[in-house]
Design a binder for this molecule. Structure first.
Ligand code: BGC
Length: 759
């Protein structure tokens, strides 16, 4: 190995291999580790919130709020000066919630003053673009993206986000969230890829690949698959409440996206707030060590979630004090602590007392340093301010955001009113809390400059300039709507040719306690909040066609609207170009193609309602109305054209357990408009030694079809896709009959089926 002069220390003693970019990463890590004190090592395992964040919150928050409020934080008794000093002393490994390039470069400058000059890795929740920071491209939220079934788009968005992040000196996104969402009350459905393990897995893997790229350049960032695990089926729907779930269901439903993320090379993983079957995830050795490391071979590092190691002591009460909580978490497999001030002192003590072996600390520090070397932080600790805005919000990224929004908006119902005919509907009344609000950006977005956000009203005006839009403002807060404004909308509705009500949830983080959807914002109901239904009913009473556009993260059980209105669109939170994309769909400039990645139940009482339930789920259906069917099923979504499925065939009648089988189907666009159809393939194992779902999505294709065009689609059903955990929890293909279903949604009536035998 050639070692340049610069890597010799001043005393000329030991070559500083870790500073040599040409040296193998393992050698650099070894060398650096050999130079570090125990305090420096423990410091690498610690993450703090940024100094500006502390400054802005330290006056206004109490210690209790710190524990419970996940949007803001400060460290009681400590100031930003302490954090700055620790950074200069090399006792901080990472920061989160740093929102500007200037601050990131400033903090990095402090780290560069430290003895060993180990760079900081900056983490941020870049969930749909680096939207928590100003002046970045805001893409549609994950549930919206999932509804496009567009895995190529998932990769592209992640890749572009990585570039925008690095342009701000941020190198680690706390994304993708690969939890399988199974409860609409839970406020985080909107940041997931929905309810199906297969779809979530593919979306998650492409996101990891997009973020990390080759995992060795200045355009790559570290991905973080989260939250491990099963917080998406919380016992009462609230975030962080216990999850009590069988090992079978964990392995069948919740583990696959994580396992695939590990296989795709995800460099970090975040543990979940919740306890799992009595053991908090943050001290769960079975999860962190036995499954993740020993079974799946995870090579990256594990980071805790917000104050969740603390919560082992002060919430779950499985540790008598904080020091014990740190001990339990580290010994179970935790590598990095988000976030807090007592870690360095107490963990160092634990090591000096001999309770935590240095070798255990070294394992974690190695994993963290490895990532910092891979991402080139030692060579490029700063980002160039002059270049930053040439990358962020560039035309290419904006265009991607718009395209993704167009592809992810779901047309739920259409009784011939859409696409809107501007010559027929000359005067259109627009109302509802989301009609002219930035809330279309969704959770995990800060406010962005007005010129970078197209509201729905603005989009409508832009797309249909010949229409007179009459806007009746209902404020942004669904909980406090003014009855007078509802009356005003009702009376204006009568004068209009058509009405558009834009309803839904409120998700913007800057009004943390006023939200109705998003992180830590769970509901015991899934109908529209406040007077929104009243608004819809009163506007519809005008007798003029009234269409409903929903902006939300969770599925909403809008059963009155579904029965009484001619058209409903679930837009989710489509990002910065939401207004344009929604208007283009309403006016038919874009033919909608998205399909639901999550079931929409009628009511909260139907929870758990998922398409891939077990056979006995509705043996005794509810006796009240709409007993066992959802309002809208998984996979459902309409288009302005029609598709016909013909010639569905399986290549063989029988196969062996190690063989694959092909299924083919012809899909014809039988309407007058070009479109994209999302063709879905499900299987059912007819008889099995342990129960299996009535349907399991095993493949899909986004097929672009011109009007009149036919394409033949071939799906290959591999042994892996037929396998399941048998009665003895062995992953296997059991002989017997398999039913293959193909069609435009998971609803029985939408599917054609054929079967084959595994001999
Ligand atoms: C969330 C995480 C997030 C972290 C940092 C927590 O409250 O659960 O998903 O990455 O905060 O913002």
């Amino acid at each position: 190995m050639s070692i340049g002069l610069s890597i010799f220390s001043c005393s000329g003693e030991k070559p500083e291999i870790y500073k040599d970019p040409a040296a193998p990463i393992a050698a650099r890590v070894d060398d650096l580790l050999s130079r570090m004190t125990i305090e420096e090592k423990v410091g690498q395992m610690n993450q703090f919130v940024g100094i500006e964040h502390i400054k802005s919150n330290s006056q206004s928050m109490t210690a209790d709020e710190l524990k419970n409020n996940t949007a803001n934080a400060f460290y009681p008794g400590f100031t930003e000066k302490d954090i700055a000093r620790w950074t200069e002393e090399g006792l901080v490994g990472s920061f989160l919630h740093v929102l500007t390039l200037q601050e990131a470069n400033y903090l990095q400058g402090l780290a560069m003053k430290s003895r060993l000059q180990i760079p900081i890795i900056f983490g941020i929740d870049a969930i749909h673009g680096n939207a928590m920071a100003p002046d970045n491209t805001v893409y549609p939220t994950s549930i919206n993206l999932a509804c496009s079934f567009d895995t190529v788009m998932a990769y592209k968005i992640a890749r572009q986000t990585a570039r925008e992040m690095r342009a701000m000196n941020m190198q680690w996104t706390f994304n993708p969230n690969v939890e399988v969402a199974r409860d609409p009350r839970w406020g985080r459905v909107g940041e997931t890829f929905g309810e199906d393990p297969y779809l979530v897995t593919l979306m998650g893997v492409e996101s990891v690949k997009g973020y990390q790229g080759e995992f060795n350049s200045q355009e790559d960032v570290l991905a973080c698959i989260k939250h491990f695990v099963a917080g998406s089926q919380p016992i009462n729907g609230t975030n962080g409440s216990p999850s009590d779930i069988s090992v079978r269901t964990l392995r069948e439903v919740f583990f696959p996206p994580f396992k695939a993320g590990v296989k795709a090379g995800a460099g970090s993983l975040m543990t979940a707030h919740n306890e799992l079957n009595g053991i908090p995830c943050h001290e769960n050795k079975w999860l962190m060590t036995d499954v993740l490391r020993d079974e799946w071979g995870f090579k990256g590092f594990i980071v805790s979630d917000w104050m969740d190691i603390e919560h082992i002591h002060d919430l779950h009460a499985t540790a008598e004090n904080l020091k014990e909580a740190f001990y339990q978490s580290i010994m179970a497999g935790m590598d990095m602590h988000m976030h807090g001030v007592y870690w360095n002192e107490l963990v160092t003590e634990l090591v000096k007392e001999g309770r935590i072996p240095v070798s255990r600390i070294d394992q974690s520090v190695r994993r963290i340093l490895d990532v910092k070397f891979r991402l080139g932080l030692f060579e490029h600790p700063y980002a160039d301010e002059a270049q930053s805005m040439t990358i962020r919000l560039c035309d290419e990224h904006r265009q991607t955001s718009l395209e993704a929004a167009r592809n992810g908006i779901v047309l739920l119902k259409n009784d011939d009113v859409l696409p809107l005919d501007a010559s027929k509907y000359k005067r259109v009344m627009v109302t509802g809390i989301n009609a002219n609000d930035e809330n279309i950006l969704g959770d995990w977005s800060a406010r962005q400059k007005e010129e970078n956000v197209t509201t729905i009203l603005e989009g409508l005006k832009q797309v249909s300039p010949e229409t007179t839009f009459d806007f009746v403002d209902q404020g942004w807060d669904p909980r406090y709507m003014d009855p007078k404004q509802i009356e005003l909308a009702a009376s204006k509705a009568k004068q209009a040719d058509l009405n558009i009500v834009v309803a839904g949830e409120y998700m913007m983080r800057f009004r943390w306690t006023d939200r109705t959807d998003g992180e830590d914002t769970d509901r015991s109901d899934i109908d529209l909040v406040g007077l929104q239904n009243e608004l819809i009913k009163k506007v519809a009473a005008s007798g003029k066609p009234t269409i409903l556009v929903l902006v939300s993260g969770r599925p909403l059980g809008v059963s009155w609207a579904a029965e009484n209105l001619p058209a409903i669109v679930e837009a989710w939170a489509p990002g910065m170009y939401a207004g344009q994309a929604i208007a283009e769909i309403l006016y038919g400039e874009v033919n909608p193609s998205a399909k639901l990645a999550v079931t929409i139940p009628y009511s909260v009482g139907q929870t758990q309602m998922i398409y891939n339930h077990k056979p006995s789920q509705y043996f005794h259906p509810y006796v009240d109305n709409k007993p066992s069917t959802p309002l809208y099923p998984f996979g459902h979504g309409l288009s302005y054209t029609t598709y016909e499925y013909t010639d569905f065939k399986l290549a063989k009648e029988a196969i062996t357990p190690t063989e694959s089988i092909n299924a083919t189907v012809k899909v014809t666009n039988t309407g007058k408009r070009d479109g994209v159809e999302i063709v879905q393939l499900y299987i059912r194992d007819r008889f099995s030694s342990a129960t299996r779902p009535v349907k399991e999505l095993k493949d899909f294709a986004r097929v672009a079809l011109k009007a009149g065009e036919t394409k033949e689609i071939t799906f290959t059903i591999t042994p892996e896709k037929l396998s399941f955990y048998d009665r003895d929890m062995k992953w296997t293909v059991e002989p017997g009959e398999f039913i293959v279903m193909v069609g435009p949604s998971s609803a029985d009536e939408a599917l054609q089926s054929k079967s084959f035998i595994v001999k």
